[in-house]
Design a protein around this ligand. Structure first.
Ligand code: NCD
Length: 361
């Protein structure tokens, strides 16, 4: 059923922490000595399949491959591909992976890249699957923290904004929970809190977190503030979004309450959650962070293509033909030919595609 022979990057936690460290260290070397890596991917092809809008992720992957001397194919508008004729992810992945050495995929449905990996003939990299995960943004974030704070441990990190739908938040929280002595402050409205399954992972890793709805009160203790946009496209109605937008805004006044060495990160794009006047503050690192993203993707491509990454198996669960995932945004509810795969965790079934918890029928 599953093709486990490739180091697919669907969830960063499928790679050992030692691999994250190697990838971020190599990225630092590439940034310092870019000439050494010119031509390292000569003759290799990356496919970028973007079913959802992207600027940084798509272009930084493409720039990464071009800087390594490789080529790129793909689409950023699925309506110009056979997707518009009704082709499934399974079939698109099968075909495109036979033309390329690595496939980078972003999709609006949760678990889409894992579904693609089931039939792919080359490694799949998840470039964002709905509101679920975004592992390569997390590599970018880890590199930024490592390079700018000098550590990934012992940090008090604030996450502010749409913590429910923000896939970058989910992936980064899972990753930072693997390092020692980190603690987290979740700053959001009641409606946009961190999902329970992510909180359980944080708690199981022995990390502390608090939840608050006020940025001013949270900011003085933070070493890093991770701002996020309200994910308009994930709301079920315009009214719901209207209620949530403009709630949090980081401005110069709030920056005055922060530590002198606190850093501000943001996966971008920014809407209005950081005032433009903050951009000149030396603690505002979001543009630099986006630049680190290209180097970490160069490093990732090299690692996936040439290193032996000890990735965990793609699938640990098994098929439950009569159980349907309860998450309407899960790929398994849209591509009917996909096997229904669940794993058991403390007596509860979890969907292998979207991690959603189920009640069996
Ligand atoms: C993020 C994403 O796509 O999830 N952007 C990115 O990849 N840098 C964040 C967002 O869209 O808000």
């Amino acid at each position: 059923m599953s093709n486990c022979s490739f180091p697919h990057l669907i969830d960063l936690n499928n790679y050992p922490v030692s691999a994250w460290d190697r990838i971020t260290d190599l990225a630092i070397d590439i940034k310092r000595n870019p000439r050494i890596y010119i031509g390292a991917c000569s003759g290799r092809i990356m496919a970028t399949l973007f079913y959802e809008p992207s600027t940084r992720t798509q272009m930084s992957f493409q720039a990464a491959m071009l800087r390594l001397g490789g080529g790129i194919i793909g689409f950023d508008n699925p309506n110009n591909s056979s997707v518009a004729k009704g082709e499934s992810i399974k079939d698109t992945a099968k075909i495109v992976s036979s033309y390329s050495d690595i496939v980078v995929m972003r999709h609006f449905l949760e678990g889409a890249s894992k579904a693609a990996a089931l039939t792919s003939d080359c490694p799949i990299v998840n470039a964002g699957d709905g509101g679920h995960l975004h592992p390569t943004q997390t590599l970018t974030d880890l590199l930024t923290l490592k390079a700018e704070k000098g550590t990934l441990s012992g940090l008090t990190v604030g996450f502010c904004g749409d913590l429910k739908n923000g896939r970058t938040v989910h992936s980064l929280l899972k990753a930072l929970s693997c390092y020692e002595n980190n603690k987290f402050v979740f700053i959001s409205t009641e409606e946009l809190k961190v999902p329970d399954y992510i909180k359980d992972i944080v708690r199981a890793a022995g990390k502390r977190y608090s939840e608050i709805n006020n940025l001013e009160d949270a900011i003085p203790e933070l070493d890093m503030l991770y701002m996020t946009r309200i994910q308009q496209e994930r709301f079920s109605s315009a009214e719901e979004y209207q209620k949530q937008k403009h709630v949090f805004c980081l401005d110069e006044k709030k920056m005055q309450l922060a530590k002198k060495d606190m850093i501000v990160m943001h996966p971008l794009p920014r809407v209005d959650e950081i005032a433009v006047s903050v951009d000149g503050d030396p603690r505002a690192l979001y543009f630099k962070q986006a630049n680190y993203g290209m180097y970490v993707r160069m490093s990732l491509v090299l690692s996936v293509l040439y290193e032996n990454i000890d990735a965990k198996p793609l699938i640990v669960g098994r098929e439950y033909p009569n159980v349907c995932c309860r998450n309407p945004k899960c790929i398994s509810n849209h591509e009917t030919s996909l096997p229904h795969i669940f794993r058991e965790n403390n007596g509860v079934l979890e969907c292998e595609y979207c991690d959603g918890r189920q009640i069996s029928n």
